[in-house]
Design a protein around this ligand. Structure first.
Ligand SMILES: [Zn+2]
Ligand SMILES: [Zn+2]
Length: 548
């Protein structure tokens, strides 16, 4: 359905596009040509990587402002990081660590495809402080597109054949399809987060210009079909961002911060253009003190008037949501207001293309947050340790030694400082492809660590890096099994505490948590997960203790 041009001051673009630098089909320039053809004004590339590649600066290609992001694989799904410099070390490992690293680097992180049917891809770490989440996602977008191709509109007829052919490869369950149009677990998860903090919601097109069957990773091109091409995939949906002022359209350095600030603020809505295009949409909230727009917060305490304006065709239905309940549904008018109390709540809007067999989501807003004065999130603090058994006393390295793979190097010395000594650890990982490179500082604990519940180190490193603190079993079934927690270390000496009940298994272990009585070593591991092969450096430990 083609609608009158929008006049809502937004700029349409898409996030999460793959190029031939990873598993996409085309170059950034070629994709920009395709994006220009469908009227997009900006685009964010998110090729698979570990964030160590220096991103291209924002630039206009064929009139489309192109940003360079990265899609990072974590232990709990994919995380798209944008608006960030190159990382000083490979970002990988636990999702909570990657989220922390992206934040430290000043980036904006998007939890990708949280309802993907494929577990390795799907975002599963709901407690990490990610910035945004894809609630209209690539896989569902494809199904939506396929669905739309069977609608009577003749402009889709040509694509229907392609779509139906692809169905043989790509068919997935109707439940996932339905996730677009009614609350699913993912929506509930997101809503629960918004009560505590802002979480930007957006659609990620995840365009590869190829479609993988249900069991294949999108990155596995053996199973990918050259379907349906970037132009078609870029037509599926767009993110409409509302910058503070109009873009110049030519000056990337001036325009890029406007787009990124608006994305970070959640000043955007997602439109499924395959349903009707172009969308025009505004959502605001007014109380006796202020008027704010989607993505913003407004103070609680006074009645709020929500205002919705769109160019929705008459058959479409607009619902105003309060959390996961419809506050005011069934609107067919293009402009209306809804009055509500001033209590803390999260409001958002969805417009659906009703009047067809499968009502489809067309526009989904970001929330307006009505907030009280109460602090939203409190980080629970652990009680301080009352017992402390030194592992390193500032004099001698009793019980300490090193381990390494056959080609990497490692050395340990006690180096005097004023009033004591540091334990200095030097490592040089072997070059080549990332594999088994490892350099480890070991503290032997022949009698286990059952009388403690944490290890605390005062530590610094020559350059920013991650060190994996591990416990290693040495008795019975647990022999050689390890549990770990990664810590960030940089040239500023800082105390880092690792709680044993916060450790995660390294590979397969017989028990999810270690039996502390069976632990025979506390390990400080530098390996190829977060350190580039061929890199070397030094780490200094001032103090280390087993505590409880
Ligand atoms: Zn992904
Ligand atoms: Zn992707």
């Amino acid at each position: 359905m083609t609608l009158a041009p929008p006049a809502d001051g937004t700029v349409p673009g898409i996030l999460h596009v793959h190029t031939n630098r990873s598993d996409g089909l085309s170059s950034p320039d070629e994709i920009a040509v395709a994006a220009a053809r469908v009227g997009l004004k900006f685009m964010v590339f998110a090729d698979h990587g570990n964030a160590t590649r220096r991103p291209d600066p924002p630039q206009y290609r064929s009139g489309v402002l192109c940003f360079d992001g990265v899609e990072i694989s974590t232990s709990a799904g994919h995380y798209v990081a944008i608006d960030m410099p190159a990382a000083p070390y490979p970002l990988a490992g636990e999702a909570r660590d990657v989220v922390e690293d992206v934040r430290r680097l000043g980036g904006f992180g998007i939890a990708a495809h949280p309802d993907s049917p494929k577990l390795e891809l799907k975002w599963r770490e709901w407690t990490a402080p990610f910035d945004a989440i894809e609630l209209l996602n690539p896989d569902t977008a494809w199904r939506l597109w396929v669905e739309q191709a069977s609608a009577p509109a003749t402009r889709w007829a040509a694509r229907r054949k392609l779509a139906l052919a692809a169905l043989d490869y790509a068919y997935r369950s109707a439940e996932v399809m339905a996730s677009l149009i009614q609350p699913t677990g993912v929506l509930y998860n997101w809503e629960a987060l918004t009560r505590r903090r802002r979480v930007v919601t957006l659609g990620g097109v995840d365009a590869h210009a190829k479609l993988a069957p249900r069991s294949a990773d999108p990155g596995d091109s053996r199973f990918a079909l050259p379907f349906p091409g970037y132009v078609a995939s870029l037509r599926v949906m767009s993110v409409h961002v509302r910058p503070e002022r109009p873009l110049t359209g030519t000056d990337a350095a001036a325009d890029a911060p406007l787009i990124m600030r608006a994305i970070r603020a959640g000043h955007l809505y997602t439109a499924v253009d395959a349903v009707a295009t172009p969308a025009s949409f505004e959502f605001s909230a007014t109380n006796d003190r202020a008027t704010v727009y989607e993505g913003d917060e407004i103070g609680a305490g006074a009645p709020v008037t929500l205002r919705v304006r769109s160019n929705a065709p008459p058959g479409f239905t607009t619902d105003v949501w309060k959390g996961v309940a419809v506050l005011s549904g069934g609107h067919h008018e293009q402009e209306f207001t809804v009055g509500t109390t001033g209590e803390p709540a999260v409001y958002w809007v969805e417009i659906r293309a009703t009047g067809q067999p499968n009502p489809l989501s067309w526009v989904r807003s970001n929330p307006i947050y009505v907030r009280g004065a109460e602090p939203l999130a409190r980080v629970p603090q652990r009680p301080p340790a009352t017992t402390s058994v030194p592992m390193f006393d500032g004099k001698t390295a009793t019980n300490w030694r090193t381990e390494h793979d056959p080609t990497s190097l490692v050395a340990m010395e006690v180096t005097p400082i004023v009033g004591g000594a540091d334990l200095r650890f030097r490592y040089g990982l072997a070059g080549g492809a990332p594999g088994g490179q490892v350099a480890t500082l070991v503290y032997d604990t022949p009698r286990g660590v059952a009388s403690s519940d944490r290890v605390t180190v005062s530590i610094r490193a020559e350059h920013p890096m991650r060190v994996s603190v591990q416990l290693r079993g040495g008795a019975g079934e647990a022999e050689g099994e390890r549990w770990e927690r990664s810590i960030y270390v940089d040239p500023t000496q800082q105390d880092r505490t690792v709680y044993f009940d916060d450790l995660m298994p390294v590979g397969h272990t017989h028990t999810f948590r270690p039996d502390l009585a069976d632990i025979r070593g506390v390990l400080f591991v530098v390996d190829a997960r977060n350190t580039r092969p061929g890199d070397s450096g030094r780490i200094w430990i001032r103090k280390a203790a087993l505590e409880k």
